[in-house]
Design a protein around this ligand. Structure first.
Ligand SMILES: Nc1ncnc2c1ncn2[C@@H]1O[C@H](COP(=O)(O)OP(=O)(O)OP(=O)(O)O)[C@@H](O)[C@H]1O
Length: 589
């Protein structure tokens, strides 16, 4: 019940559809139980009493009642559907919104396929219960209640006989629910694993094919698919075990009814029409009770689904605006780190240790160091993707927590090693961060990113539709679109995180030239492994194990013959020298 209470805010605003559906359900149920009464009347008061002239009227009345039942059924289902559909519309929106604001920490461990299945299959599971399951449960209570009432009215002893089997049925149903609920949870989890597998496989198809791991992937999928199948079989086993038992109890009731009821008719303690009516009424009890398995099934599924939805909704958004957060339009871009420490998973794993630096407005800061040294972490802290454990990060003299997250991030443009382009036009990709940009502004950003020329050579120019992964464009072209996208928001802080590592030297030179143009007047952080990418920086921070080991400009750092920077330079310079020598040998041959 906790799950349903937690999700109340989504379905309660649509209570009018729910109440409408329930109202018509009352009609449907009432008309349903009128049917055996008409039957009793037809047999006892028309046929056995010889009043045959009444038959056409009874038949007409019966047809009329059935028409009303049809109309009531239509509205009951229609309102029930509306209730479910409108609720999950709100719920899906809320879940999606929540996903947009969940911190990066959440996505570090989240699986795309699992989230997809929550937003689709689980939301549907919940809707199904709202639209049908609940009404079925209510229908059960109403139909059983009314039928029992009428039966008690006709004959108390016979009605009690029917009631006698109820405790057994309740025990069976209780045990069924106990077993089937975890089984359904298992199915949902297994389905999420299956979709995760498919999603990861499609996203990583390049790696799969290049390492010829198709067979391995197929086997893994077969395992996941097998697990899903086994989960379903296990659930079917539970179902198969309990359903016949429920049915058996139901049929036992009918046998008792026919035996004892027939005996009462023979002894003139019950009218023949009443026995026939009883026979119909008892099926109105047995039928819904046999359906109880399905209702519990729907309820269990929706409870399991609802729990998985609540898990997302209750996830903590720990990175959010502080009270009175400043909504500044434009930051100047003066970035300062003061004794910053950071870990992703507790004290032991400090990935930044006592990092301090000052990046005045318009200056270029280079970050270099081995992989895992903490370069990206520094830039992620500036954007508040994660929060530092200790120390202070200031922009324009104020702690970054004092700015609203939106204001802060709107002033930071990032180009990553692999830029993500959406499956829409190039124009929309460039204007993603500034949807109101005019075509002139978009083209201007593209020109400054050295992207305009190649875009114009594409058949549809700026209207060219890109695939999910920027299909049809080279790595360098994708990067230049990403640069255009970052500069269109006119950020005061620019972050280039390994932005040229995936492209060839010539493209790198082109992108670097584009960088020079867009860096003017902005505080820029360049993360790179190649010294050539950041040698012109005003200050270069050399990181090792999360600590700044050396700092200074290119010349100053080179002067330290035993320094890390000098060592990196020597290795890269040697490579360069070897290549140049080989090239010149080739030419002389
Ligand atoms: N989201 C995360 N959760 C847990 N640990 C992380 C996370 N991101 C990075 N780390 C760890 O923090 C350390 C620093 O990572 P970071 O990405 O800052 O290094 P980097 O210097 O940018 O490396 P690279 O040059 O490979 O990009 C690494 O040990 C890394 O494993």
């Amino acid at each position: 019940m906790k799950t349903f209470l937690r999700l109340k805010q989504f379905y309660w605003p649509y209570q009018k559809y729910f109440l409408g559906s329930i109202l018509f359900l009352f009609f449907v149920t009432a008309i349903t139980v009128v049917y055996p009464i008409i039957l009793k009347f037809t047999i006892d008061d028309v046929i056995l009493s010889g009043e045959f002239h009444l038959v056409p009227y009874v038949a007409l009345g019966f047809v009329g009642i059935m028409v009303i039942k049809g109309i009531a059924t239509y509205y009951h289902q229609f309102f029930g559907d509306l209730f479910g559909i409108k609720t999950v519309y709100e719920l899906r929106n809320a879940l999606y919104k929540k996903l947009q604001y969940l911190p990066f920490r959440y996505y570090d461990n989240a699986k795309t396929g699992d989230l997809m299945s929550r937003l689709t299959a689980d939301v549907e599971g919940f809707r199904f219960f709202l639209s049908f399951g609940f009404a079925q449960a209510l229908n059960l209570v109403l139909l059983v209640g009314l039928s029992l009432g009428i039966m008690l009215y006709f004959s108390v002893p016979l009605a009690l006989l029917t009631l006698a089997a109820m405790p057994f049925l309740i025990v069976v149903v209780y045990r069924f629910d106990k077993e089937v609920h975890p089984a359904f949870k298992g199915i949902r989890k297994s389905f999420a694993r299956l979709t995760t597998k498919v999603q990861e496989n499609i996203s990583g198809m390049n790696t799969v094919k290049s390492l010829s791991r198709e067979d391995y992937e197929i086997n893994k999928f077969v395992d996941n698919n097998g697990d899903y199948k086994d989960n379903y079989i296990q659930t079917s086993n539970i179902w198969a075990k309990y359903f016949p038992l429920m049915e058996l109890i139901g049929h036992f009731c009918v046998v008792m009814l026919l035996g004892f009821g027939g005996f009462m008719v023979i002894n003139n303690n019950l009218e023949p029409g009443e026995l026939v009516a009883f026979f119909s009424l008892v099926w109105y009890i047995i039928g819904p009770l046999m359906n109880l398995g399905f209702i519990i099934n729907t309820f269990s599924q929706s409870k399991a689904s609802g729990e998985r939805l609540v898990e997302i909704l209750d996830e903590i958004e720990d990175i959010k605006d502080s009270d009175g957060a400043i909504n500044v339009e434009r930051l100047k871009g003066h970035v300062q780190f003061k004794e910053v420490f950071h870990s992703y998973n507790g004290e032991e794993g400090m990935v930044l240790k006592n990092v301090s630096f000052d990046a005045p407005v318009g200056k270029v800061i280079g970050l270099i160091g081995a992989t895992g040294a903490g370069k990206t972490t520094i830039t992620q802290l500036i954007s508040r993707f994660y929060e530092a454990d200790k120390g202070e990060i200031l922009i324009d003299g104020k702690n970054i927590n004092e700015y609203s997250i939106q204001a802060l991030r709107k002033n930071i443009g990032s180009v990553l090693q692999e830029s993500f382009l959406f499956s829409c036009s190039i124009r929309d990709n460039i204007s993603y961060g500034y949807p109101d940009a005019t075509m002139e502004q978009i083209q201007d950003a593209a020109r400054r990113a050295d992207a305009h020329e190649f875009i114009m050579e594409l058949p549809d120019g700026y209207d060219t539709i890109l695939g999910e992964r920027g299909m049809g464009l080279s790595g360098g072209q994708k990067q230049r679109i990403a640069i255009a996208r970052s500069i269109l928001i006119d950020p005061s802080i620019l972050i280039f995180d390994d932005a040229t590592s995936a492209v060839d030297m010539e493209t790198e030179a082109k992108i670097q030239a584009a960088f020079q143009e867009v860096m003017k007047g902005r505080t820029t952080f360049i993360i790179a492994h190649r010294i050539s990418s950041l040698m012109h920086a005003d200050e270069i921070l050399v990181l090792e194990d999360g600590e700044v080991r050396e700092r200074g400009n290119h010349e100053e750092l080179l002067a330290n013959q035993l320094g890390i920077y000098r060592r990196i330079y020597n290795i890269q310079f040697k490579d360069h020298q070897t290549i140049t020598e080989a090239e010149s040998k080739k030419v002389s041959i």
